[in-house]
Design a protein around this ligand. Structure first.
Ligand code: SF4
Length: 293
């Protein structure tokens, strides 16, 4: 069996920075808190918890004076300025692990709003990054992927005076964002589109397509809650090939019917998790690992 592994696998830069910084702080005996999962990967989160990482369930009500000797780590996709302000009051130290790519989107949105644009954000309600963007703006509209275009037009016309700037949550599907923004361009206002989708995720989507063309099935490694991992599995399925979204070798079905399989991962999957799967296939199916790119 031939096993084609995607050129880009393992953590992306932003996730790697967040995880390694937290590990370093915990190793130094510092008490570290985050809000929710630091990364959408059950194995990594479990490992960090074992090292002592604590989670605030409700960031607004769980703040108490006891926390003044602890450190709060802002996750890679950021936090709203209002929450950051109360965290800075409660915690002895706040370490900002917002990915620089996400931070640039915050700055861009603020700059455009100051210039008089209505900011149209293509993203998912409740996502940390979207909340962080919205928390920085006054004049914005959040549009989710299940939008009704007529309603979007009327909402924009109600809110925008003359200029509209379209941005996206960094982890949205690139093609879908492009389709969305091309429809908004038809509106009778000045519309500018800023492609703020992270190129790391775009590259992985392209690789998922290529692997699906080349292989009979593709193994997508990553957490069940990771939206970018789920998106890769969808891309493979939409290409008409089998996608196996798994976290560990034991979750794999029998692969003997395939002569070629691809392996790709989401941005929150550490390389060690992929290596375990490659070792398993090599041993069980005498797989020959080929690097794709
Ligand atoms: S996916 Fe992109 S934007 Fe998100 S943390 Fe990774 S590098 Fe940063």
């Amino acid at each position: 069996m031939k096993v084609y592994i995607a050129a880009a696998t393992g953590f992306c830069y932003g996730v790697n920075r967040a995880v390694s910084t937290c590990e370093r702080l915990l190793k130094n005996g510092i008490t570290v808190y985050t809000n929710g999962e630091l990364v959408h990967n059950e194995e990594v989160v479990e490992g960090l918890k074992k090292m002592g990482l604590k989670t605030l369930k409700d960031i607004e009500s769980d703040l108490d004076p006891e926390l003044s000797s602890s450190t709060f780590a802002i996750r890679a996709h950021g936090i709203s300025p209002l929450l950051e302000k109360s965290l800075r009051k409660s915690f002895g130290r706040v370490v900002d692990l917002t990915c620089p790519i996400v931070y640039n989107v915050f700055r861009l949105a603020e700059r455009l709003e100051k210039k008089g644009y209505l900011i149209v954000i293509y993203g998912r309600k409740g996502h940390a990054e979207v909340e962080a963007i919205c928390g920085r703006l006054k004049n914005y509209l959040l549009i989710e992927p299940s939008y009704d275009i007529k309603k979007v037009y009327s909402d924009i016309l109600k809110k925008a005076e003359e200029k509209v700037a379209i941005i996206s949550q960094t982890t949205m599907n690139h093609q879908e964002f492009m389709n969305f923004s091309s429809q908004i361009k038809n509106i009778d206002l000045k519309v500018e589109v800023f492609d703020t989708i992270c190129s790391v995720t775009v590259k992985r989507e392209e690789e998922a397509k290529k692997l699906a063309e080349k292989c009979e099935a593709v193994i997508v490694v990553g957490g069940k809650q990771s939206s970018n991992t789920k998106k890769l599995a969808c891309i493979v399925q939409n290409s008409g090939k089998k996608a196996f979204h798994i976290r560990k070798p034991e979750e794999l079905p029998l692969l003997s019917e395939f002569e070629s399989v691809g392996v790709i991962s989401g941005t929150s999957t550490p390389f060690v998790q992929i290596q375990r799967i490659l070792d398993y296939i090599e041993t069980k199916y005498e797989g020959e690992v080929i690097h794709n790119g």
